[in-house]
Structures are given as C-alpha cells and as structure tokens.
Design a protein around this ligand. Structure first.
Ligand code: SF4
Length: 732
C-alpha cells in the first residue's frame, strides 16, 4: 500500500475479520500501510496472522476499482461508469417489481458489515425496495445460539459477560469451539485460566489445536453433543450438584427438563456418543463442584438441524448449576464473524427490526416506522431465513432479483451447487464486494466497495461491546462505501416514476418464499415519496445517530452510545439506554430479560442427524476452519502469506480409515454425498475419529466443502446442518 509523498498518519482501529475484533493500529507512510498490535482488553496486544496481514488487501492487484456490467453479447463482465451500473440496477429492480411485486427483489447481507451498514441495508430493503426478503449469512453462523439465548434468557448477546472472565474461571467447558485456530489471541485467556489453577474441558469430535491444550477432551460422534449435555445434567442431578435455590428463585420449567435428562444415564450417552462414562463423570464433577464455571458453545454445537436444542441443552446445564448471572460464571456463545453480533441486531434479519425488535410486533413497527418517517403499515412483514431465501431464487415462486452485500454464498451456503444454480437463474444479480468473489463472478452488476481501513463506523464484538472502526484513508478512485451505494440506489429509486400499473399479488401460497404479506401484496414496488422521506445518508455518523434512535427501548439498545463515548471507554456494552447512564458489561445479575425476569428451561432431547450413515454413505462428514483462512476465503485466499500457509482444501481422515480405503497421505480423494462431491488431497491424522472425515470450508471449485453439506435446517433458527452429513470416500 504505497502512497509516495503522503503524510504519515495512524489510526487506532480493529481487525476486519473475526468477532474478537482485535485492537490494532494502522500506520501509513511512504512505505505503505502497516499493522501494529494494540493493547485492547480482548486481545491484549495479540493478533493472529490474518490480522497481521489484513492491510495487504488495500492495494491488492485483484481489488475491484470500477463497477462491472455483464455484456449481453459476450456474456463477460465489462467496466462501466457508476451511473451506468446504478441505472442498470434500478431499471432491473423496477422491471422485476412492476411485473411480480416488491417481494420479487431480495437482499442478502453479511455478518462482516458494520452496524451502520446492517441498519441501512435493513431499512433500504423495507423502505427502498418494500420487500420482505432480506436475510444474511449470519444465519449460517451463530443463529442457533441466538435463538437458544432468546428463548432461555429473553435476550441474545454472545457473551453476557466480559471476555476477561474466562481467565478467572475454575472450570471452562468449550463445546464445538476451536479458538486456538479461529481466534488465536483468545487463547491467552485460556492459558491464564489454567495458570490460575483452572480446568479446561473441550468437547469436539477432532483433536483440534484447542483440544490439545485441554485438561480433558471429550470426543463425541458428530451430532451427539445434545446427549452429552443431558448426560452431564443427569449426573449433576444424581450427585446433588444442581443449585436448587437458584432454580427455584430464578428460573421456570425445570421439572420437564429433569424428567427428560433422567433417561440420559451416562452409559446410554456413552453408547451413543462414544464418550466414556468416566469422562462424563469427571466433566460433570468439574462443572458441579467448581467455583466459577463458564460454559461456551460455538459452531460445532450450533450448526445442526437441531442446533437450537443442542445449545439449549447446554443452557439448561448452566441454569441448573446456577451459573448465568453469577460473578465469573455463565453461559456464552463465541460468535464468529466480525460483526456477527451487531449484524443480527439492526434489522438485517428476515424477522427483525433495529434494536433486536421483532418485525411482527405492532409496537416495534410503530417505533421504527416513526424513526423512518413512514406509516407502520408501509413496513413489509417477516421474510424467510437465508437458506430458504437462497433456495427460492429464480424459482416460479421466488425472488427474481438479488442484491448481495458482503457475502459469498456460492462458497458458504450448504448444498452450494444448488444455490449456485439458483443464482444463475436470476434476472438480476447485483454483488457489492471489494474483490471478485465466486458469487460476484456470476453477477449481472458488480459494485466495488471500500475496505475497513477506508471507512468509519462501528462494530459490536463477541462481548456485545460496541467498537469504533476508523478510516485511515479514503477509498481509492472508483470505489464507494456500501453506505454510499445504498444511498445512491435510494436516491435513484426516490427519483423514479411511480409505477403506472399496480403490481400483481404473488402466488397465494403463504408458505412460499415469494408469497407476499398482506401489507406488501397490496402495494406497488418502491414508492418514490416514501424512499425520499425516509432518507438514506451515506455518512456513517448520521446513520449511527439514526440507529441509536431506532434501537432506543429495544433489547439491543444503543441510545446511550456515542462515538465519543466509545473512544473514552474502549468500547461500550449494550444495552446502554442513556448517554449519562451506565452500559452493561454483565447481564443477568438481578434478572433475565423475560417478562417475569426468570430464565426459562426447555426440555430438549437427542434426535438423529437429518441424514444418517448407510451402506452407500458410511462415513460422517464435518466441516470447520483452519488457522490462516477466514470464512469463504474471498479475502484470505488472496493474501500471499495466508495462501502459502493453507493453499488448498484437504480431507482429513484417520490412518485406520485411510488404510482400509487404500489411501495414503497426500493422495487425491473424492468425498461424495447425496448432494455433490469434493475432491482434495488426503491428510491423515490420528486426531479425528475413524468414522468421521473433515474438510475446511474456505475453498471454491473442486475443493468446495459445501458441495457436500446437507441443507436440512433447524426449524427454529434456520441454521443449516453444516456439521454432519453422510458421505463415502474413495481415492480420486
Ligand atoms: Fe483478526 Fe480475529 Fe485474528 Fe484477532 S483473532 S487478528 S480479530 S482474525
């Protein structure tokens, strides 16, 4: 990133990647932009390789610096002016919506977008496009933990306590979490915890880098985490470790849970999961007799068609032991994406409005519509979760146009080949991204966006702490911020003529993705006067000011959070209701966010994976991450040092299984499921169960793990079953 003659300058900001949002300082001088670790309460001066190399994308040769439009004659993407690109998009939107109604255009966002962008995108979908179809890739990330938190605690904040509490825990149980590879600086807290005499227990089907550091590693069959949790609670009950006073005074619904877990005697759980009874007993003892105890889940437990119930089983365990709200103890979820927390609070989800409000709540609609300056009746109703939306694209009942911001579903969606086909069937696909991702490569229009070091804004980390993202420099010529793009599109839609024909109602079936709500069926596409009234500023400070008003009174209340206060406090924890009132580092000390203030148990029981192994597909397949890649790899696969460290996909399998299949280390292998196949070199490891194979999900092409994964979804959260399906493996 060289700018000869530029004035040296620096800003304190945060890493663009994961939800740990490590503090870093960016410096720019004549030699370029350099990254320097910064003392921040979460990373304490640590960065992983991804953070260290983040600036390398700023002037990357593959960076997009001009809009691209698909040429109908050649079928290729060609550089065009912004006016030409935006005109094409607005013309396309209007043609589709005039023909098929407002819900025929959808929006797909991302968990890496700033709070301001997530907010603006939700508003743009509901007011600018008048569509109910907006959702985002966070649905594929932590939506099961979010739903479980909502139903148990009445609120969803990944960690309801500061991350520093991990260092003080006597017992720390990590379920399906591998921070040593996904968030390496977090390991400092684990090290501190054990230095203080604490015990670390990891539940994971693989011997991960995190599991290797554990005092005890439970290695269950994929898809049996729920049974493990119920067995742990069974033991706690039997041994008298349940906190009866806490259960009586602070919770409801325990009796049904007690009856369910009574059937999960340890030997039964061992038979199902493969975890020895002795290990279950040792774990339960550590949890039940420890002083400060923390239970954390992550994607390994959550990315299942029973993900909400699996997380709920661990929440039940935490509640029965009296942990949530107790100093130094509790349950939490390690959110993954950079703004996975904030991205789910401001209206980017199909069923939500800003402030974590429900879109079908009349009071919530009134409040948000008031901030937006439109009648509440103008707001569309709820849409459908991400996979259902993607799978409906281009079908007779589904949206025919899609605007994608900061997401790459061609690589990240389950059953990816099918979703790729859906995207190809669209009349209009618009992708805003900084690089030509696999999804952007399919688009009709590609819009080049600014990077994290070129824009201001806020992010909310895994603790619910709102942070400042600060611009080091302006975007390069030809590039615009996502907020500017949303503003430009809204301006054009506001100027466009009102459709002369009333849009026809979509098909009447209420269960189809494109069926319109009572509200939107009766209205035409984007109404210029409403779009103009609502205003879509490109200035992030103006958007944040509006976001604060829209979130006021909601669960995720940002009303008292100003950028100046974030600067003063090293971040501000929501809810923060007034500028002179306190923020909330710890939740649940006095009460939970339910109507009666009590946490709610839910009885949950094990059920098999959506797809079980059989003679044709005899092995379990699971996915995950590697240290030097991030999400769909759009960015990290282009950073030379990261690419060298992890250049391609691989298939991890146990040597015993490999020997049975005649496969040597490094041999090309083919993994086949009912949905597709993945081809990559074999990597033999004794750290995986002999009945299970693993592949990282960062890669495209033949190594795309999501060609194989199952698109069965959790009925509550909409989370796909990324973490288990049935496959066969053979030498390619
Ligand atoms: Fe960035 Fe996450 Fe690595 Fe920290 S741990 S440097 S936030 S990718």
């Amino acid at each position: 990133a060289t700018r000869p003659g530029s004035t040296p300058r620096e800003v304190a900001t945060h890493c663009p990647y994961c939800a740990l949002q490590c503090g870093m300082t960016l410096r720019e001088d004549d030699t370029g932009v350099t990254v320097h670790p910064r003392q921040f309460p979460t990373n304490r001066g640590g960065l992983c390789q991804k953070g260290w190399t983040a600036a390398e994308l700023l002037d990357h040769p593959e960076r997009l610096t001009t809009p691209l439009l698909r040429d109908p004659a050649s079928g290729e993407l060609r550089p065009v002016s912004w006016d030409a690109a935006l005109d094409r998009i607005v013309t396309g939107i209007r043609a589709i919506q005039d023909d098929a109604g407002p819900d025929a255009v959808a929006v797909f966002g991302g968990g890496g977008l700033t709070n301001e962008k997530a907010y603006a995108l939700g508003k743009f979908a509901r007011i600018g496009l008048r569509t109910r179809h907006i959702d985002y890739n966070g649905r594929f990330c932590m939506s099961s933990a979010a739903a479980a938190g909502m139903r148990a605690f009445g609120i969803d904040r990944g960690l309801p306590f500061p991350l520093a509490d991990l260092g003080r825990a006597d017992t720390l149980l990590l379920v399906g979490a591998n921070p040593a590879e996904t968030m390496p600086p977090l390991v400092r807290w684990l090290t501190e915890q054990r230095r203080n005499g604490g015990q670390l227990i990891v539940v994971d089907p693989r011997v991960t880098a995190t599991a290797r550091q554990a005092d005890l590693h439970l290695q269950p069959l994929p898809g049996t985490d729920l049974a493990v949790a119920n067995a742990l609670l069974h033991i706690a009950l039997t041994e008298g470790w349940v906190d009866r006073t806490y259960v009586a005074e602070r919770t409801s619904g325990f009796e049904a849970v007690r009856r369910t877990v009574a059937a999960w005697w340890p030997a039964r759980a061992e038979q199902l999961s493969g975890v020895p009874v002795a290990d279950l007993e040792a774990t339960a003892r550590a949890l039940g007799t420890g002083g400060r105890v923390i239970i954390l889940t992550a994607r390994g437990a959550e990315q299942h068609a029973k993900g909400v119930d699996t997380v709920t089983a661990y929440v039940n365990l935490a509640l029965a032991l009296g942990l949530p709200g107790r100093d130094g103890s509790g349950y939490g979820c390690l959110t993954g994406q950079g703004n996975g927390q904030g991205g789910r609070e401001h209206g980017q989800k199909a069923d939500q409005l800003p402030g974590y409000r429900k879109i079908d709540d009349p009071a919530a609609r009134e409040h948000v519509a008031g901030v937006w300056g439109v009648p509440a009746d103008d707001l569309p109703g709820p849409g459908v979760p991400a996979y259902q939306l993607l799978d409906s694209l281009g079908t007779p009942d589904g949206p025919r146009g899609l605007l994608v911001f900061g997401s790459n579903p061609v690589v990240s969606a389950p059953r990816a080949a099918r979703i790729e086909g859906r995207l190809r069937d669209l009349d209009l696909l618009v992708v805003a991204d900084l690089l030509l991702s696999e999804t952007a490569a399919l688009a009709d229009v590609v819009l080049p966006t600014a990077q994290w070091a070129e824009e201001d804004g806020t992010m909310t980390n895994l603790e619910g702490r709102v942070l400042r993202r600060r611009a080091l420099r302006n975007p390069p010529p030809g590039v615009r911020t996502d907020l500017a793009i949303i503003s430009d599109l809204a301006t054009r839609l506001a100027a466009a003529e009102t459709p002369t024909t009333e849009a026809p109602a979509a098909e009447p079936a209420s269960t189809t993705a494109a069926s319109t709500t009572a509200t939107s069926a009766a209205t035409a596409s984007a109404r210029p006067e409403a779009v103009a009234a609502a205003r879509f500023p490109a200035d992030p400070a103006a958007v944040f000011a509006e976001l604060r008003r829209a979130s006021a009174g909601g669960a995720a209340d940002y009303a008292g959070i100003s950028w100046a206060r974030i600067d003063d406090q090293d971040g501000v924890y929501w809810p923060c209701r007034t500028e002179d009132g306190p923020d909330t580092p710890r939740l649940f000390a006095e009460e939970f966010a339910t109507p009666d203030g009590r946490a709610r148990f839910h009885s949950v029981d094990h059920r098999p994976a959506a797809e079980e192994v059989c003679a044709t597909y005899p092995l379990h397949f699971t996915t995950g991450r590697v240290l030097t890649q991030y999400q769909s790899g759009t960015q990290t696969r282009r950073v030379p040092a990261l690419r060298r460290a992890a250049p391609e996909a691989f298939v991890e399998l146990h040597p015993d299984l490999a020997a049975r299949l005649g496969i040597d280390d490094g041999d090309p292998v083919k993994v086949t499921s009912r949905r597709g196949e993945l081809c990559a070199p074999a990597r033999l490891s004794v750290g995986i169960r002999p009945d299970t194979v693993f592949a990282p999900f960062h890669y495209a092409g033949a190594g795309r793990a999501n060609s194989v994964t199952n698109d069965a979804v959790d009925p509550i959260s909409g989370m796909p079953e990324f973490k288990i399906c049935a496959v066969r493996v053979e030498k390619a």
